[in-house]
Design a protein around this ligand. Structure first.
Ligand code: AMP
Ligand code: MG
Length: 480
């Protein structure tokens, strides 16, 4: 493995060096071999993965550290936060020459742990492990994990739960909240920090006339595309606080996330989100708000008499969020529907389909698969308002007439997953894992690796269907 420790070269006020607290009695959970290969782990490193993923074996030349940041949580300024239970171990060069962060989660207390114990529980570690893997395979930019370990060492939450540790990877762990911390507590660091962010993550912006404005445009664009992709696969993050969004638009910090099953745009997947701030349908506007908070932290980069000018340029940058989001979402929806992106009625037809799913309480993923496989009768049989369904179908066929159906069909197959990580699937894997049986994690790992391909031998009927109407939902909260 080719290791670098570039974050440790920043101003020491931005982190605290900290060694992991070993997870006692650690045992193998699951190992993501393809990702380890991608990160160019040697055979010896791969053989030692359990020790590496439990903090017992540290790579030579790494300087583990906890990052400090701040943030707005549920819309309110939360002051200083930081890695309270995770450590940035180092960066590693992957096979494509990309620099990837290695971050050990559940690695013990840090100076930023506040009241927390620095630990993670097996339940949340499995959910993060599978979700990062699933999103990546779905084509949504996301952190992933090389592996996780579990332990007999208990961790107290509402009840005593098995502890666990996860070694995750991401292209960046710099959050919007980093800029908020700097502006609040050490504004003199802003200029160099931004310069470093641009150099590391957006080097092309260095050549722009105004690198900071170009940087803002690039972050806004990546965020808009990530959110559009979340919406298209039905992913609800659940805790879109400004400390949980990074500057490269890749999904980070999975807590009470959920994949939509029956289409309910105002579904509150996070049971700690009493106001419904982070529902699926609110994600685009919350991302926009988070970006606005973030952009405000760039304004002090301009001299006093030039701040108005910078503000105007950043406002113009933020105004690009909506068109980029809409374009990505509309094109993606057209692909899912098997409709041409250029047809003026495609969007209306797509939203008509979504309205039917919502009114009839139909499963989002399964319904698109039915459309793709032309199982129109099965869709119709599940509807009560047949008039609305038939009107939709007539319009749908009309738009598709005289189009290149083969081409549209190929796009449908590429954009409609058969498998997503339903809460009950994760829950079954967790319950087995808590009995030391990781076969279900392994099954889901392989199933979700190619979500667009039917895997007859591997799939279970329950992978394809939502819980029955009226069944109690699995409660997922922030506690993890
Ligand atoms: P989250 O919203 O889960 O990303 O976490 C918000 C903040 O709480 C971050 O600063 C975390 O590091 C911190 N945190 C969450 N759980 C714990 C824990 N068990 N121990 C210490 N810090 C924690
Ligand atoms: Mg977080």
């Amino acid at each position: 493995m080719h290791l670098i420790s570039r974050y440790a070269q920043l101003d020491p006020r931005l982190f605290s060096k900290q060694r992991p607290t070993v997870l006692k009695g650690a045992k193998a959970g699951h190992f993501n071999q393809p990702l380890a290969d991608q990160l160019q782990w040697t055979a010896d490193e791969q053989a030692a993965w359990v020790d590496i993923c439990s903090g017992q074996h540290l790579f030579e030349a790494t300087e583990p550290l906890a990052m400090v940041y701040a943030g707005h949580q549920f819309g309110h300024w939360a002051g200083q936060l930081g890695d309270g239970r995770g450590l940035l171990l180092a960066q590693v060069l992957d096979r494509q020459g990309q620099v990837i962060d290695l971050h050990l989660k559940g690695a013990g207390k840090t100076p930023y742990s506040r009241m927390g114990d620095g630990r993670a529980v097996l339940r949340s570690v499995i959910r993060e492990y599978l979700a990062g893997h699933a999103l990546t395979a779905l084509g949504v930019p996301s952190s992933q994990s090389v592996g996780f370990t579990s332990s007999a060492q208990g961790v107290q939450r509402e009840v005593l739960e098995p502890g666990a540790m996860l070694l995750r990877t991401a292209d960046c762990h710099i959050r919007f909240g980093h800029f908020e911390w700097i502006n609040q507590y050490a504004p003199e660091l802003l200029k160099d920090f931004v310069q470093q962010c641009i150099t590391w993550h957006y080097p092309d912006c260095l050549d722009a006339e105004q690198p900071v404005v170009a940087f803002a445009h690039a972050v806004i664009k990546k965020t808009a595309i990530m959110i559009a992709k979340w919406q298209l696969v039905g992913f609800a993050h659940g805790v879109m606080n400004t400390d949980n969004l990074n500057i490269t638009g890749s999904t980070l910090d999975f807590g009470p996330f959920g994949f939509l099953e029956r289409f309910k745009p105002n579904w509150i997947n996070n049971h700690s989100d009493h106001q419904g701030r982070y529902t699926y349908q609110n994600q685009p506007s919350v991302a926009h708000w988070n970006l606005w908070v973030w952009l405000n932290n760039l304004i002090p980069l301009a001299a006093d008499d030039q701040q108005d000018e910078l503000k105007t340029a950043l406002q113009a940058a933020l105004a690009t969020f909506e068109p980029i989001f809409l374009q990505t979402y509309q094109d993606g929806l057209a692909h899912k529907m098997g409709l041409p992106t250029f047809h003026h009625d495609s969007l209306a037809c797509g939203t008509a389909f979504l309205s039917i799913l919502q009114k009839e309480k139909l499963d989002y993923t399964q319904s698109f698969i039915r459309l793709q496989t032309k199982a129109y009768q099965a869709l119709r049989d599940d509807c009560i308002d047949l008039e609305a369904f038939d009107a939709f179908m007539t319009n749908y066929h009309q738009i598709r007439s005289n189009q290149n159906i083969d081409e549209l069909q190929t796009l449908m197959c590429q954009h409609n997953p058969r498998y997503i990580l339903r809460n009950h699937m994760a829950q079954a894997a967790i319950e087995a894992a808590e009995r030391d049986d990781f076969t279900e994690v392994d099954r889901l790992f392989h199933l979700l690796a190619t979500p667009y391909t039917q895997q007859v031998e591997r799939e279970k009927a329950t992978d394809l269907t939502p819980p029955a109407l009226g069944d109690a939902e699995i409660a997922i909260s922030c506690s993890s």
